[in-house]
Ligand binder design. Structure first.
Ligand SMILES: [Fe+2]
Length: 389
């Protein structure tokens, strides 16, 4: 969560009388995290936010990730999935293909072709999206975020929102559903929570939602997702009937190219590219940059085994010189237990390079990742053998 933000009209203090011009009372909604102990946002509604006229099971949500069978995952190997072959279909709330997951995070590919017909309130996770292709609006009770290619869009759990992709524009996103919590890496914050001046990003890089006051799109339903069960609630009014809010829980976007990369005398480990974190994981942004400046530096990553981590890597743009058979949209999975590194020849060939134009999103997790059965038909079965002579 970021610093406190205020939008629209709010009363002078929490929990006091707040009326419209006709004298009608507004209704406060306290949206809190970690019980009542964590970050929070207070919203002011025209109508009672906790009233509904109908509720029922809803079957339009995306599929729960299902782990591949143990015999499919063995023997242990490096793996490659071609996400660009994954299907395009429907609204974002139904168009996710789960890729890999554990108890802390679920990673999916989203390739929607239509706007969401309902607002979603995802109580299972804080959601970070990386927009590989696409543009449009993420609309929430707290305002709109206009998104473009190369943006990250963050939606905290429980915020009601829907996607309105621009018509005729290809949409191709990664979704990280962080099941425990989500934060900026703690080493980049001061004791008051301010982003440090030596962090690889600053407060100004985060774009807050644009708030326009109460909005009625004619949609009366919001869908709550809890333990991957979707329940529809119907209200007699628009769930976006908010006149103002303040707090530190709100959606934002962060353009990946706002990340300020580091270069060292010799190769720096991925921690230096850490952009976002969750308990048990780190999400890194690899952006175009100059590389190591020691005269004998080897800019290519050294063969490595981070023995506590599984690694997910999405190759977004650029020429991935260290890996053969990899192209934009490739997802590699390097599990702990097998050392990985450049393909034969790439290590030596990188000597003398001064720049890289790679754009990639990486995630390291402390708990083993399981591959979703839904993604197996997009696997490149030859990948593991590609390190052999
Ligand atoms: Fe790695």
């Amino acid at each position: 969560m970021l610093d406190r933000h205020v939008a629209g009209s709010v009363p002078a203090k929490h929990h006091i009388v707040f009326r419209d011009e006709s004298g009608k009372l507004y209704h406060e909604e306290a949206h809190t995290r970690m019980g009542f102990d964590g970050p929070y946002t207070l919203l002011y509604h025209v109508n009672e936010p906790h009233r509904h006229s109908e509720w029922r099971p809803w079957t339009g949500g995306w599929e729960r990730p299902v782990a591949e069978a143990p015999e499919t995952s063995q023997p242990l190997r490096r793996r490659h999935f071609k996400s660009f072959d994954m299907p395009r279909s429907g609204a974002p709330v139904s168009a996710r293909t789960p890729v890999m997951f554990n108890d802390d995070v679920i990673v999916s590919i989203v390739r929607p072709t239509a706007p969401d017909p309902v607002y979603l309130s995802n109580l299972d996770g804080d959601e970070l999206f990386y927009i590989h292709h696409g543009s449009g609006i993420m609309r929430s009770t707290l305002g709109d975020i206009r998104y473009e290619r190369r943006d990250y869009v963050f939606v905290p759990r429980g915020i009601k929102y829907r996607w309105i992709p621009d018509e005729g524009v290809e949409q191709y996103w990664i979704a990280f559903e962080c099941l425990q919590d989500f934060f900026l890496p703690k080493q980049w914050r001061t004791s008051t929570g301010q982003i440090r001046m030596d962090a690889p990003f600053c407060h100004r890089d985060f774009v807050r939602p644009e708030f326009r006051g109460p909005l009625d799109e004619g949609i009366r339903s919001f869908v709550v997702k809890r333990d991957h069960v979707f329940t529809e609630y119907v209200q007699p009014w628009s769930p976006l009937d908010v006149v103002g809010w303040d707090g530190s829980v709100y959606p934002w976007k962060f353009p990946i190219l706002a990340f300020q990369p580091r270069a060292g005398l010799t190769h720096l480990p991925p921690d230096w590219h850490g952009n976002f974190a969750f308990p048990g994981g780190l999400i890194c942004s690899f952006v175009p940059r100059v590389v190591d400046f020691h005269p004998d530096a080897i800019p290519c990553p050294y063969p490595h085994e981070a023995v506590n981590c599984d690694e997910f890597l999405f190759y977004a743009e650029g020429n991935f010189v260290s890996r053969r058979g990899i192209s934009p949209g490739s997802i590699s999975f390097h599990p702990r237990g097998i050392m990985h590194g450049p393909h034969p020849g790439a290590y030596e060939a990188s000597i003398g390079h001064r720049r890289t134009d790679e754009l990639a999103v990486m995630m390291d997790t402390m708990k083993p990742l399981r591959i979703a059965r839904q993604t197996l038909s997009f696997e490149d079965a030859e990948y593991h053998a590609s390190w052999m002579p």
